[in-house]
Design a protein around this ligand. Structure first.
Ligand code: ADP
Ligand code: ZN
Ligand code: ZN
Length: 738
């Protein structure tokens, strides 16, 4: 009805209000439409509008009396979605902040924070098909009041009142009954909640936990940023749970961010068990569009009490927000690497400040930026120094000098003996190597040829499938059979060089023929659900030795795992990335934290050629503060973050010349306004070429964030004028990989 008016319809008077709509376009502006029926209540609502030949979905942000546009050029707005609550003002402010800080178009930011199903136009949002159903607060009395004279209704109500009911357990007739109850919101869709959910009894807090809780509670309900530094197994999650309990008691919603989807189920169960009467939703990229829309709408309508999600969940609308927790706050997966390159941790802190609620960042190895904020007093620091479990102590870490104990097939004698002893005791061992595949390269033994990816500046990685060997590029996905002979010299003496998880798995199988070995890496865990199945096998002691990349290192609790071997870690010490050491330290501490979580003491063996390296020495002492102090000193001396603010302009093109020409021109337009901001020479990215695209970058650095932001605000509009034929470019504020 309101589609694509080409002339002004007669019924719109001169006083008709103008609606300013944010649309998902790269243009950083709002679009004006005639909106005769719009009221201030519509601010924050989704609207359909004609845009060229298409109809787009946008968000109504402002109402005005006049438009800069000629009246004849104004079109009328389409349907306003009044079936969905408007986005809260707090969320609109958050989107504005993110758009400003990361220099991204507001319309694009708003579009990206809507679930995909709500970005499209068409029918109003219907409740999603849910995995389970639960009774709402309003529904309790209503359902309890259903008379036994209606046996079907009565029986279904009784089942629902007893706890969340999985959809799979409902017959057709019951689904029909449920539809009416859903309509009046007596019943709400929910995530499947473990059936036996009874409030798990909370353990009495340890003295460290009690002190942390007292401090946070003493800080009140308003904004305070806390850093909870706690060694692995110190009971950080227990602190989160108790704070969430406080928050729920006050009738507020809690937002819990976790780094990876793999972590969500285990943690989700703990929350669900602790708060069976509350609605918990999980938000992560593994959900279907329908599930995501349902969960998001529940949060928006205030029906969900706890939102547990990955980085994208930081933009969840939460009209009753009372607490934000960022677990494993140092994890790099909080940084979005495409589109708007935001840091969900930093956005979370900003959101907490604006919303006036406490924010708790938790980690065993905080990001150096965060540690610096705590040391400088910007964040308040709390420490959990000991493991929470009465018998558990931190594992003993030993360094194996691989110059004297030379590894055979990647494994030192010390590690092999330790594995033997572990298996004899009936305990489990883990060999950590952060490289998937069989071997990092295939090497010609005659001439030294290694096989580069023809499309990337990287070597092809040798993989082993049931069907045979493959050469695979980890960057562009190229995948082929290895040649029979060296393309350079014709020799057929081609050998795998170095070790990946598959090769270590093979070696272990040879050394320990009796042992049950399980490899966990991105390849073996690729199928949905297979990771959880593997974890269950480990927990059920159907596995003796685990081999894995960092995905095994994250937050899993395997009580019978007592030995961790770390191999191939030295490589990070020679990386050109100045954050490589920080990441290595965090990774080793995390994987070491898998050992000895329960009553069995754990030990960690690290194979290295540099046993004297200060980083490893800090690991042996479990000394994060010592490591951080040394690393921060280096950062300060070298003018690296957190002592400077950085942004990087990344350009990619079919040729190096095109990308370079763009960056040089971009630099030239910025040079004369760059007071206090340093513009470096364009340089190749850490990976110069991926899939035949050449990637270069221009680093910008300033002693203050404000100064850098002021410059970016002036510079970016000028970049639109810089010739960029065939060049794709993007700005990355606070980059994590330069
Ligand atoms: P973190 O998140 O710091 O790694 P968790 O919260 O997972 O640690 O706790 C580690 C282990 O200690 C878990 O098995 C947990 O149940 C247990 N735990 C936590 N707090 C306590 C406590 N106060 N008393 C006894 N056990 C606890
Ligand atoms: Zn050769
Ligand atoms: Zn490639």
């Amino acid at each position: 009805m309101t589609r694509a008016f080409s002339t002004r319809p007669a019924f719109i008077s001169e006083m008709s209000p103008i609606a300013r709509i944010a649309l998902d376009t790269p243009l950083d502006r709002l679009f004006d439409y005639l909106a005769p029926e719009a009221t201030p209540d519509d601010i924050g609502r989704r609207v359909e509008v004609p845009f060229g030949p298409r109809t787009l979905v946008g968000v109504l942000l402002e109402l005005a009396e006049h438009s800069e546009m000629a009246p004849a050029a104004l079109k009328a707005i389409g349907r306003i979605d009044r079936d969905t609550p408007p986005l809260p003002a707090e969320l609109l402010a958050l989107a504005r902040f993110a758009a400003g800080y990361y220099h991204h178009a507001l319309g694009a930011v708003l579009a990206s924070l809507l679930p995909p199903a709500l970005r499209r136009n068409g029918k109003p949002a219907r409740p999603a098909v849910a995995a389970a159903y639960a009774v709402s607060v309003a529904g309790r009395a209503a359902l309890a009041g259903i008379t036994p004279a209606k046996p079907a209704q009565h029986a279904l109500a009784a089942r629902l009142l007893a706890g969340p009911l999985p959809r799979a357990e409902l017959g057709d007739r019951e689904r029909t009954l449920l539809r009416d109850w859903l309509k009046c919101a007596w019943v709400l869709p929910c995530e499947p909640i473990v059936a036996e959910a009874a409030a798990a009894i909370a353990p009495a807090p340890t003295p460290d936990q009690a002190a942390a809780l007292a401090a946070i509670r003493g800080g009140g309900e308003g904004y305070t940023p806390w850093l909870l530094h706690g060694v692995t197994g110190s009971g950080k999650t227990e602190v989160y749970l108790r704070l969430v309990a406080d928050t729920l008691e006050r009738g507020r919603q809690a937002l819990i961010l976790v780094p990876e989807i793999h972590l969500t189920p285990q943690l989700g169960e703990r929350f669900a068990q602790r708060f069976p009467g509350h609605r918990l939703i999980g938000l992560h990229s593994g959900l279907s569009d329908g599930e995501r829309r349902g969960a998001w709408l529940d949060a928006l309508a205030g029906r969900a009490d706890i939102v547990l999600g990955t980085r994208l969940a930081v933009f969840t609308p939460l009209p009753r927000l009372g607490l934000i927790v960022v677990d494993e706050e140092h994890d790099t997966s909080y940084k979005q690497m495409e589109g708007m390159r935001y840091s969900a941790r930093d956005v979370a802190v900003w959101r907490a400040r604006e919303a006036g609620v406490p924010v708790l960042l938790g980690s065993a190895t905080p990001a150096l930026e965060t540690w610096n904020n705590a040391k400088s007093g910007r964040y308040r620091l709390l420490s959990l120094a000991a493991r929470a479990h009465a018998q558990a102590c931190l594992p003993q870490v030993r360094l194996i000098d691989s110059r004297s104990d030379r590894p055979k097939q990647g494994l030192s004698q010390a590690l092999v003996s330790a594995l033997e002893a572990t298996l004899q005791r009936g305990e489990q061992g883990l060999v950590f190597i952060n490289r998937r595949g069989y071997a990092p390269t295939l090497l010609c033994n005659a001439c030294g040829h290694v096989f580069p990816c023809p499309r990337c500046s990287a070597h092809l990685v040798l993989h082993r499938n049931p069907a045979g060997y493959r050469l695979v590029c980890h960057h562009c996905g190229l995948d082929g059979r290895p040649p029979d002979a060296c393309p350079d010299c014709g020799s057929v003496d081609l050998r795998p060089a170095g070790h990946g998880t598959q090769r270590v798995e093979e070696t272990l199988a040879e050394r320990f023929p009796e042992a049950r070995i399980l490899r966990i890496d991105r390849d073996s865990a690729a199928r949905k659900g297979s990771f959880a199945a593997m974890r269950d096998r480990v927990a059920a002691r159907e596995v003796d030795i685990l081999v894995g990349t960092q995905i095994v290192a994250k937050g899993h609790d395997f009580p019978h795992l007592t030995l961790v071997g770390v191999i191939g870690a030295d490589q990070a010490l020679v990386s050109p990335d100045f954050r490589a050491g920080e990441r290595l330290f965090a990774q080793i501490m995390q994987v070491a934290g898998r050992a000895g979580r329960a009553e069995h003491p754990g030990s960690v063996l690290i194979q290295t050629r540099y046993p004297g390296h200060p980083l490893y020495q800090s690991v042996v002492r479990h000394d994060y503060p010592g490591f951080a102090a040394a690393a921060l000193n280096e950062r300060r001396a070298a003018d690296f973050p957190p002592y400077v603010a950085q942004a990087v302009l990344r350009a990619e093109a079919g040729t190096e010349e095109a990308a370079l020409a763009f960056l040089l021109a971009a630099r030239a337009v910025g040079q004369d306004r760059a007071a206090g901001v340093e513009l470096f020479d364009p340089v190749p990215a850490l990976m110069l070429r991926i899939a035949n695209r050449h990637r270069l970058q221009l680093l910008l650095q300033a002693t203050s964030r404000r100064r850098l932001q002021a410059f970016l605000g002036q510079w970016l509009p000028c970049l639109a004028e810089v010739p960029a034929r065939g060049v794709r470019w993007v700005l990355d504020v606070d980059p994590v990989d330069v």
